[in-house]
Write a protein that binds this ligand. Structure first.
Ligand SMILES: *[C@@H]1O[C@H](CO)[C@@H](O)[C@H](O)[C@H]1NC(C)=O
Ligand SMILES: *[C@@H]1O[C@H](CO)[C@@H](O)[C@H](O)[C@H]1NC(C)=O
Ligand SMILES: *[C@@H]1O[C@H](CO)[C@@H](O)[C@H](O)[C@H]1NC(C)=O
Ligand SMILES: *[C@@H]1O[C@H](CO)[C@@H](O)[C@H](O)[C@H]1NC(C)=O
Ligand SMILES: *[C@@H]1O[C@H](CO)[C@@H](O)[C@H](O)[C@H]1NC(C)=O
Ligand SMILES: *[C@@H]1O[C@H](CO)[C@@H](O)[C@H](O)[C@H]1NC(C)=O
Ligand SMILES: *[C@@H]1O[C@H](CO)[C@@H](O)[C@H](O)[C@H]1NC(C)=O
Length: 498
């Protein structure tokens, strides 16, 4: 009798093994390659993100019996990411890549991974170029709110308040180019609504105190949208105030998604003789930032992550109570992947089918560590954003005045909101057709990021870029000293901006 039972058992084992697809058994172990900068000065460095990934690993292991073998490699913020990938990848291709965050690093890695059929989930890669998955980014899922999603909140504001034209002022470091990509998205969202935009790039080390040209540019537009460091924003606001352009005829925004310590209360204060004027000027400045939802579990998670980071002796960049969006995002990335893998296994596929798993991560809403995360049908997260404004002019303090929800495109008005602040006192003259003509040309030419390096000097210290000179600049490209810009390869990230 025992012999018969043993036989039955062994038969069953054999038949089970035969019935189950081989992939199903292997799906339990997932090889993950994390590509993030080792340099701890990035808020998304390996040291900052690792504790969150480890927490996710632990909670998934206990709930879903999924084992992750995670390797961390240095992505740098540029070429390094690709080299780390191919050096590791040739030995054994990973089942999943988390990161990179920096645009140029991500661009290389995502294309190779897509070619290898390996899913990539990143809390970065926010540039508009990545939204076109058909351009080689087929296996990318973006769990951070992309710049284009942010920009759609701006175009919704334009629609709602009837604004017609925007001046985009951005700081361009010509390396990581975060503000360039931020403003590129705004340009692209406003252009889609046939609104007029004009753009001016500012180079950090060559600032001027005199801004007559800036003032003239502001006068020609209704809304000024900035992406720059705190000191540059302050200079621009002081300039605008000096030229009496903060009187309600112009609307000002500063986009600052990630660095909570550089906006809000006291951001105008420097302890110099301009503080009083700056406070008055900042009364006209609105700040567009990420809306971070908080649930009780998230506070615990934040505390735990922060404790681990401190234990590792890494500088803590966050002034707020909670960890930043990248840390949160990579935690949820592992969660999202495990949900998709589970579904793939149910459908008889396994971790080897990267395109299938990628598809299963898209068009899906799930409960992340901080709240609901919704990924659209293109694989991009629907982000939520907040607009902050000065509500106490005496103290010069800021509060969120409304929120924008990406999932349904709706606004939520908060106490302290005053519609006068967003209503233009007087209509400006219609904008000339010349600009949009130049704009059309740049789009038609299919200009790519990095191709446009030439600049035209307007003021001794301000560089000025206008759409209508793009063709000229493309021709000059050969003569232009590439210098440190060599890494902005033409094939890197496509863009229709400038
Ligand atoms: C880390 O990054 C910062 C800012 O990008 C840079 O100034 C610094 O030199 C880098 N450190 C190392 C060791 O590469
Ligand atoms: C954030 O902003 C503050 C104030 O402007 C600045 O000192 C700090 O270096 C910024 N942090 C990062 C990571 O950029
Ligand atoms: C937070 O952690 C504490 C102690 O670790 C625990 O008692 C509490 O239930 C946790 N709260 C939530 C909301 O998870
Ligand atoms: C991956 O899954 C898709 C179905 O979504 C299927 O058409 C394809 O053949 C699979 N690829 C592999 C390599 O199994
Ligand atoms: C997204 O999911 C919904 C149901 O959850 C479905 O009706 C819709 O067709 C899906 N969209 C795409 C593009 O797959
Ligand atoms: C800014 O000041 C206001 C009013 O004093 C306060 O309600 C708010 O919490 C402060 N915000 C921050 C981020 O400290
Ligand atoms: C939009 O979504 C947000 C967040 O999910 C929700 O709070 C809000 O009620 C929704 N608004 C509309 C008009 O559906």
């Amino acid at each position: 009798m025992p012999g018969v039972r043993a036989l039955c058992l062994s038969l069953c084992v054999v038949s089970c093994a035969l019935n189950a697809p081989q992939r199903r058994a292997r799906a339990e172990h997932v090889d993950v390659l994390v590509l993030l900068p080792r340099n701890a000065s990035y808020i998304f460095s390996v040291a900052a993100v690792r504790p969150a990934i480890e927490l996710a690993q632990r909670s998934i292991a206990s709930e879903r019996r999924l084992r992750f073998a995670v390797r961390y490699e240095d992505s740098g913020c540029g070429d390094r990411a690709l080299f780390s990938l191919v050096d590791r990848g040739f030995a054994q291709k990973p089942d999943l890549i988390l990161g990179p965050v920096c645009e140029y690093a991500a661009s290389d890695v995502v294309r190779v991974a897509s070619h290898w059929d390996v899913p990539v989930v990143s809390a970065g890669a926010l540039a508009t170029g990545f939204a076109r998955r058909d351009r080689g980014y087929t296996h990318l899922t973006r769990i951070g709110p992309s710049y284009l999603k942010m920009a759609r909140s701006i175009s919704a504001l334009f629609r709602h308040f009837g604004w017609q034209s925007a001046l985009l002022l951005y700081e361009d470091d010509r390396e990581e180019r975060n503000c360039y990509f931020t403003v590129e998205a705004v340009h692209s969202a406003l252009e889609a609504e046939q609104l007029s935009t004009e753009a001016l790039s500012l180079y950090p080390r060559e600032r001027a105190a005199d801004g007559e040209d800036i003032a003239r540019l502001i006068e020609g537009n209704e809304v000024v949208i900035m992406c720059a460091g705190g000191d540059i924003v302050r200079d621009i606001m002081l300039t605008a105030h000096h030229w009496k352009l903060t009187n309600g005829n112009y609307i000002y925004f500063n986009i600052e998604l990630f660095n909570a310590s550089s906006y809000g209360n006291g951001s105008w204060k420097r302890g110099d003789q301009y503080d009083t004027e700056a406070k008055q000027a900042y009364a006209a400045l609105n700040i567009l930032t990420l809306l971070r939802s908080v649930k009780p579990e998230f506070q615990n998670f934040s505390l735990e992550v922060k404790r681990s980071i401190r234990k590792a002796g890494v500088p803590d960049h966050d002034s707020g109570d909670n960890v930043n969006m990248f840390v949160e995002g990579f935690h949820d990335a592992l969660l999202l992947y495990s949900l998709a893998l589970q579904d793939a296994v149910k459908n008889g596929f396994g971790k080897n089918n990267g395109s299938q798993i990628t598809q299963l991560m898209w068009n899906r809403t799930f409960e992340g560590i901080a709240g609901q995360v919704s990924i659209d049908a293109n694989g991009d997260r629907n982000g939520d954003f907040s607009v902050m404004a000065m509500t106490d002019f005496e103290a010069g303090s800021y509060k969120a005045v409304f929120n924008y929800y990406g999932i349904n495109g709706s606004f939520q008005v908060l106490p302290g909101f005053n519609s006068d602040r967003f209503t233009l006192r007087e209509r400006h003259r219609p904008v000339s057709a010349e600009k949009s003509c130049g704009l059309g040309m740049s789009t038609a030419m299919g200009i790519v990021v990095g191709a446009v390096l030439g600049t035209v000097l307007v003021l001794a210290l301000y560089f000025f870029r206008k759409y209508k000179i793009i063709v000229e600049r493309r021709c000059q490209q050969e003569d232009y000293s590439m210098g440190k810009h060599h890494q902005l390869r033409e094939d890197s990230i496509r863009s229709d901006f400038l």
